[in-house]
Design a protein around this ligand. Sequence first.
Ligand SMILES: CC(C)(COP(=O)(O)OP(=O)(O)OC[C@H]1O[C@@H](n2cnc3c(N)ncnc32)[C@H](O)[C@@H]1OP(=O)(O)O)[C@@H](O)C(=O)NCCC(=O)NCCS
Length: 154
Amino acid sequence: MSAVPVPQLHYRPMRATDLQEVARLEKTLYEFPWSLGNFRDSLNAGYDCWVACEGETVIGYAVLMIALDEAHLLNIAIASASQRRGTGRAFLKKILGVAKAAGCLIVYLEVRPSNVAARHLYRTSGFQQIAIRPNYYPSVAGREDALFLGLTLR
Ligand SMILES: CC(C)(COP(=O)(O)OP(=O)(O)OC[C@H]1O[C@@H](n2cnc3c(N)ncnc32)[C@H](O)[C@@H]1OP(=O)(O)O)[C@@H](O)C(=O)NCCC(=O)NCCS
């Protein structure tokens, strides 16, 4: 019996035709998800929107807003079934490479204090806390602060 080949992970810019699937994944990954319209607006605004794929299947997505030499990572996510295999770290590295190639000197992002997985990923990727943004996110208990992180690109 021949082994089924594992599709290789690759990245490409997000297309309008990805929006349905990206919004569907987003709903499974966040308690307070972006809408399809939020992703469409990001594409239309010219933000760097990327998808991570295995074969034809979208398993992750990221939205990066670049302004001059600063980038803001607005969203990055990996489908639940594809998590904890190094994909998030590899995708983040790709996105940081996009920012660097665009001439960015620093990448900022916000993360919930309760998001253990993302905080670990960012900390071990070199991000440092810059500030706390009080009551930044909606939460079931009302609002939740955001940790504001930054990474200097060298
Ligand atoms: C954060 C996220 C992108 C990580 O994706 P992933 O593919 O699981 O990441 P990786 O497999 O590359 O793991 C990265 C690191 O995080 C750790 N990690 C992943 N999930 C974890 C969890 N639930 N708890 C603790 N650590 C976790 C891994 O062990 C790994 O650390 P290590 O290399 O030191 O062992 C993913 O959990 C996700 O999409 N979450 C929902 C969306 C989200 O919260 N995005 C971030 C918004 S700020």
